[in-house]
Design a protein. Structure first.
Length: 694
């Protein structure tokens, strides 16, 4: 249907478009390749295929915002359909007599059923695309959904502040509307024999505008002319995610969630010198430079960030967005010099860097497999090497960890004091063989608010006949939070100390009460030679019940309880089942909070936050969580005591404080699960002997 001149013009435009697109993506890949080497990725082709399937079924976007995700899914399928629609449109333009209207009746041997099905799908999808794009337009430009905004205290690239994301979105919105409408009009103008029942939208337009060959030409050019412009534009806009997110998913982190990338990947160590951590954008592993191009800029990660919730200047999405616009300015713009500016001036403020609790919620929720948290840890690593000023509390904790092996400024010999005060001997695993080496952790060993629970764990283990021992003064902090603060050297020192202590002991497995210790012992110590099985105490306790070594004597139906999943037990290590099964055995009335399991909300203590001397203003995540628990329990007295159950010593402290600061004492009580187990199995603290009168 196109004239020869039109065909030549189209081919020239198409080749120009391909040229600009090639240049765009080459620039992007060159920039990604400048990133530091990443931990080795295995089975890349298989993972890319899996990622393509994941993207095809849009599996990852439904982790949050289900309604909008459904519309996004429709938009995605609409655009996929349009790849075929455009191909057919080109054929209709170039091949004389090739038309699919009316079941392709002008074509010899056309599979009428198939053609009608295609016409119906493309027609309905066109209508849906227009509706979906209108929803997203209204959300961004009319109702101005707050979820797409950033707090004023979050560092933002100047272009982003000036509305670069909005102009990108507007360009694509206008493209979709123009492209789809023009395609529908092309088909409407073709219908010279009246309506086609398999093209309801085009038929409706035909009933208004009628058929016209000139109309077909004009609409065809508007529809496909836009495509020639938009494809190269996409590589220069935030919509690179169309192409880069499947690649990013295919190359996503392969090691366990709880295992941070080493400070300097081995390949780099064997090659050029690099300081650990990241000061500039290309100090990041190339897979995390790629993150910036894959980012959908959806802010799902910001929604779940506890630091952002509290009003702190951290937004994981702003971090990725800033990376993206920094790279754009440097590669497509005229500011390559900006790549030499520290990341703490261009993508995230120093205060935001130190606000992260390393809860992993942002990484977990990201639909394209981005890891903003890993960037933050790398930036911390370099800031420490460069002598950045640290919060005094963190500084004191690190000093104490270096000298005492604990963050609480306690002498090493005091670590096992609680055990020496017990009514039965607690074995020293470094002196005699035990089956279970109990790695107690700092908070459970030293903090007077938690020590009674530690003692109760020992009593329950003892009652069940568990062969266990502790390492007394030989145990050091496991180093989980030290590593996440960025102190890689100190982390390695602590690992060395603990590995030396393990070497002195004879045991079959490690059991921990602290999820943070559990995480690093399980996921990171194997990199340093540890081969032991590591269990959280909830798993060990459940096994003791299942083997009949513990039995419930008193059902606890007088308690209404909810349970908080600690990040390092739940989201990092999938430890969701054992605590819930235990609560089930105890006979309590159990109610889940809305944010549970993978979606649990961090208490705010991780990543060194519990060490901070300066308390940030705003409602603390733990306070918000206590309110969530009370809302879950609902109004009105049920006659039952309301309990907030924890399985982490740090949670015991964070939430007990939060109950006080929110003025909810008397309404809800924080208890470690061991306290309920003790009550159910009938183990009590021994009575203090009454003083004998002189
Ligand atoms: S790890 Fe948690 S605190 Fe840190 S940026 Fe992600 S969501 Fe926010
Ligand atoms: S990092 Fe992931 S979750 Fe965050 S804005 Fe980008 S795509 Fe969305």
């Amino acid at each position: 249907m196109l004239t020869t001149v039109e065909k030549i013009i189209f081919i020239i435009l198409a080749l120009t478009s391909v040229g600009f697109t090639y240049h765009g993506f080459k620039t992007i890949f060159d920039s990604i390749r400048k990133g530091r080497s990443a931990p080795e990725l295995k089975n890349v082709p298989i993972n890319l295929v899996k990622a393509a399937i994941t993207v095809l079924f849009q599996r990852t976007i439904f982790k949050a915002r289900k309604g909008l995700s459904a519309i996004h899914m429709g938009l995605f399928f609409g655009l996929i359909t349009y790849a075929f629609v455009n191909l057919i449109d080109v054929l209709e333009g170039f091949v004389p007599g090739f038309e699919l209207i009316y079941g392709g009746k002008n074509l010899s041997n056309a599979p009428t059923g198939l053609v009608n099905a295609f016409n119906l799908i493309s027609d309905v999808m066109s209508g849906f695309l227009l509706i979906a794009i209108t929803v997203f337009f209204v959300r961004r430009f009319i109702t101005k959904d707050k979820a797409l905004m950033y707090r004023d205290n979050v560092l933002l690239n100047e272009k982003v502040k000036a509305g670069a994301q909005n102009s990108d979105s507007l360009t694509v919105d206008v493209f979709v509307v123009m492209h789809v409408s023009a395609h529908l009009m092309t088909q409407a103008f073709r219908l010279n024999e009246g309506p086609d029942p398999f093209m309801p939208v085009a038929s409706f337009l035909n009933s208004i505008f009628g058929a016209s060959q000139t109309g077909v030409h004009v609409a065809w050019w508007i529809s496909l002319g836009w495509v020639m412009f938009i494809i190269p534009y996409l590589s220069r806009s935030k919509h690179t995610h169309f192409f880069m997110s499947p690649i990013n998913l295919g190359l996503a982190k392969q090691n366990p969630r709880g295992q941070l990338d080493p400070a300097v990947p081995l390949k780099v160590l064997n090659g050029n010198h690099h300081d650990p951590g990241a000061k500039h954008i290309h100090d990041l592993a190339w897979t995390r430079v790629l993150d910036a191009y894959a980012c959908v800029q959806c802010n799902r990660c910001q929604d779940v960030c506890p630091a952002n919730f509290q009003g702190r200047p951290l937004s994981p999405s702003a971090l990725e967005v800033n990376k993206r616009y920094l790279l754009k300015e440097a590669t497509f713009g005229s500011h390559p010099d900006r790549l030499l500016l520290p990341l703490t001036e261009t993508v995230i403020s120093p205060e935001a860097v130190w606000s992260c609790t390393t809860c992993y919620a942002c990484v977990r929720v990201c639909p394209v497999g981005n890891e903003p948290m890993a960037d933050i840890v790398d930036i911390r690593r370099r800031m420490l090497i460069d002598g950045a000023e640290l919060d005094s509390g963190v500084q004191n904790a690190l000093q104490s960890l270096a000298t005492n092996g604990n963050w609480m400024s306690k002498g090493k010999r005091l670590r096992g004091k609680w055990a020496k005060d017990m009514e039965f001997p607690v074995k020293d695993a470094t002196a005699e063989p035990v089956e279970h080496l109990w790695f107690v952790g700092d908070t459970a060993s030293f903090d007077e608010r938690v020590v009674p629970n530690t003692k109760m764990v020992a009593r329950i283990f003892n009652q069940a006949g568990l062969d266990f021992g502790i390492m007394y003064k030989e145990e050091s902090n496991a180093g989980n939070d030290v590593r996440r603060v960025g102190e890689e050297g100190l982390f390695e020192q602590l690992v060395e100390q603990n590995m030396a202590a393990f070497g002195k002991a004879q045991f079959q497995r490690i059991v921990t009460t602290d999820p943070h210790s559990f995480n690093t012992l399980k996921n990171e110590y194997p990199q340093f030679g540890s081969q032991w099985e590591v269990k959280h105490y909830t798993v060990t306790l459940l096994r003791l019940f299942e083997e009949g070594k513990l039995t419930v004597k008193n059902k606890l139906s007088h308690y209404k309880v909810t349970f908080h999943d600690p990040c390092y037990l739940g989201r990092y290590n999938g430890g969701f089942t054992a605590p819930r099964k235990l609560l089930g055995l105890l006979g309590v009335e159990f109610i889940e909070m809305p944010r549970n399991c993978e979606n649990s909300f961090c208490c705010g203590a991780g990543g060194g936050q519990i060490w901070m001397g300066k308390v940030a203003p705003g409602e603390r995540p733990a306070e918000n969580r206590i309110k969530e628990a009370l809302t879950t329990f609902g109004e009105g007295a049920s006659g039952k005591a309301q309990l907030f159950i924890v399985t982490c010593p740090k949670d015991m402290i964070m939430y007990s404080d939060a109950v006080k600061t929110t003025g909810n004492e008397g309404k809800i009580e924080v208890r470690d699960i061991i306290q309920l187990i003790a009550e159910a199995v009938g183990v009590e603290e021994p009575k203090v002997a009454e003083a004998v009168p002189a």
